[in-house]
Design a binder for this molecule. Sequence first.
Ligand SMILES: Cc1cc2nc3c(=O)[nH]c(=O)nc-3n(C[C@H](O)[C@H](O)[C@H](O)COP(=O)(O)O)c2cc1C
Length: 217
Amino acid sequence: MKVYAINGSPRKNKNTATLLQKALDGVKASEKDNEIETEIINLYDLNYTGCKSCFACKRLEGKSYGKCAVKDDIYEVLENLSQADGIIFGTPVYFGNITGQLQSFLERLLFPNFEYDKNYTSIAPKKMATAFIYTMNVSEEIMDIANYKLTFSKIESSIERIFTKPQIMYSNDTYQFDDYSKYKSDAFSEEAKAEHRKVQFPLDCQKAFEIGAILIK
Ligand SMILES: Cc1cc2nc3c(=O)[nH]c(=O)nc-3n(C[C@H](O)[C@H](O)[C@H](O)COP(=O)(O)O)c2cc1C
């Protein structure tokens, strides 16, 4: 069995990557027979574009029907993910949305997997378990006022349609820099941020772990 975490942050050891690793730790902890392999894929290490609208994945009797035909760094990743038992997506929120890198990746992962029939039927070879972890600067309250969840729900519903309904978690008010005194950041209280980091982030890590622990039933 194999579970992948897809890191949509350019940073490999900050908020999003940390929570993804905790989720994979949870996956590992849940296994009874040492049979689940895990892997993090850092999207910013890879060279690729979003969907090019070539429609090779929809061409009748084409050799790429149902698969992405674009041969770049994620060609093999997409091939591997099609056989995954679980996928945990993680992203920082950029301008109220998932990162561009993750959006491009999801276009390539999701689009070939539904048919252009009346129901947009999913033809994904496997309906693996999924989860989505969002990290962001704003508080939970502002996230709600700014209606972030409405934006997020669009990609979540495509993931549900094609694979399975994702478990969701949000990590708010994240610590953005190692040393706030070195950056223009008077929009924030460093003290409040540090306190949140100390008290809330470990709870977020626990939540991510729990999401991983119940991913594969
Ligand atoms: C280009 C950019 C845009 C951002 N836009 C938002 C935003 O719209 N809302 C928000 O709450 N945080 C925003 N942030 C903050 C990040 O979402 C937040 O710090 C996140 O936890 C960073 O994740 P990382 O530590 O895994 O890189 C933005 C950060 C960057 C660099």
